[in-house]
Design a protein around this ligand. Structure first.
Ligand SMILES: [Fe+2]
Length: 312
């Protein structure tokens, strides 16, 4: 064998070995490395007490996922003041009661949610190369059709202790000294989003005067974020991207599965000056159950009032 051929063969073998190791890591190790991302934002009105908001997303729960259930149990110990769930909760009909049981301690707290496409339609195998297309959605996905999953039962279980369903609607939650005014839309990935009109006249300010406007969607398409910003949101929360699901060192996410810029595929950023948190989510489709350099996560947002001005 000539030296050049030997070197090429060695490089090829090393590359194949690295790819195999990355696959084993992504499929069997990182997919279980549940992480709590912590974000601090000074967006509360001056004088308002600090509040903790737990943002969960893209659980994609299947039966028999003990690591995921243990993480959900752990999240309840954080005692958040408010829970926001940005959808894609389940991946099978059998998951609904398991999800409701796992979420029970969080469902007992103030909360709100929107649904994602995977809360309506059972997953099926997809060609991963589709995600590199400008629009990765399969043909017909936006056509009106009935859910193939028990979405009604899922909504019943999510709302039975008081969580607000923000599907194309508004709601408010009083957190004792802070009124959270929420707006949400149905999944933009399915083009079911309809921005609810601003109430006219606006509801009167609460006696304590502290209002926080939070806008919630599953898939962070630009048109929706633009509408939320124009609506006066103080904070926007979304999921759907899975943080890119596969990230490469030095490059980051290759895709966002929507038109959000790749650099905003996960974590806190801003959109038109408004804080935006995109959760990388806790799971993935059972047909692509792997993650690379974007471990499954939930986010604990600590919201504070602005720092008092220093006296000279
Ligand atoms: Fe998802």
């Amino acid at each position: 064998m000539r030296p050049l051929t030997a070197a090429a063969a060695t490089a090829g073998a090393l590359g194949a070995g690295a790819a195999a190791a990355a696959h084993i890591w992504a499929r069997h190790v990182e997919i279980h490395r549940y992480t709590l991302r912590e974000v601090e934002l000074r967006i509360l009105p001056p004088g308002a007490r600090t509040r903790r908001v737990l943002h969960i997303s893209d659980i994609h729960l299947m039966p028999r996922q003990p690591h995921k259930l243990a993480f959900l149990e752990h999240l309840a110990t954080l005692n958040p003041h408010l829970v926001i769930d940005t959808g894609d909760n389940i991946a099978s009909a059998a998951s609904v009661p398991i999800l409701a049981e796992a979420l029970a301690p969080l469902l007992a707290r103030p909360g709100a949610f929107v649904l994602g496409s995977n809360d309506l339609f059972a997953p099926h195998p997809k060609n991963p190369a589709r995600y590199l297309l400008p629009d990765p959605r399969p043909a017909g996905i936006t056509e009106p059709r009935d859910p193939t999953l028990p979405t009604g039962e899922l909504v019943r279980r999510l709302t039975e202790f008081g969580w607000k369903d923000l599907t194309n609607t508004r709601a408010s939650i009083e957190l004792g000294g802070l009124e959270v005014r929420l707006v949400g839309v149905d999944d933009p990935h399915l083009e079911r989003d309809e921005m609810p009109p601003r109430p006219d006249p606006e509801p009167p300010a609460p006696e304590h005067g502290n209002v926080l406007r939070v806008a919630v969607a599953h898939a962070p398409y630009r048109r929706v974020l633009d509408a939320f910003a124009a609506d006066g949101a103080d904070l926007m929360l979304a999921g759907h991207t899975h943080g890119g699901q596969l990230r490469l060192p030095g490059i980051g996410a290759l895709v966002t599965n929507c038109d959000l810029p790749r650099r905003q595929a996960r974590g806190a950023s801003t959109w038109k000056g408004v804080p935006l948190n995109v959760s990388a989510g806790m799971g993935a489709s059972p047909y692509s159950d792997y993650r690379l350099l974007t471990p499954p996560e939930a986010t604990l947002l600590t919201l504070r009032a602005p720092r008092p001005l220093a006296h000279p």
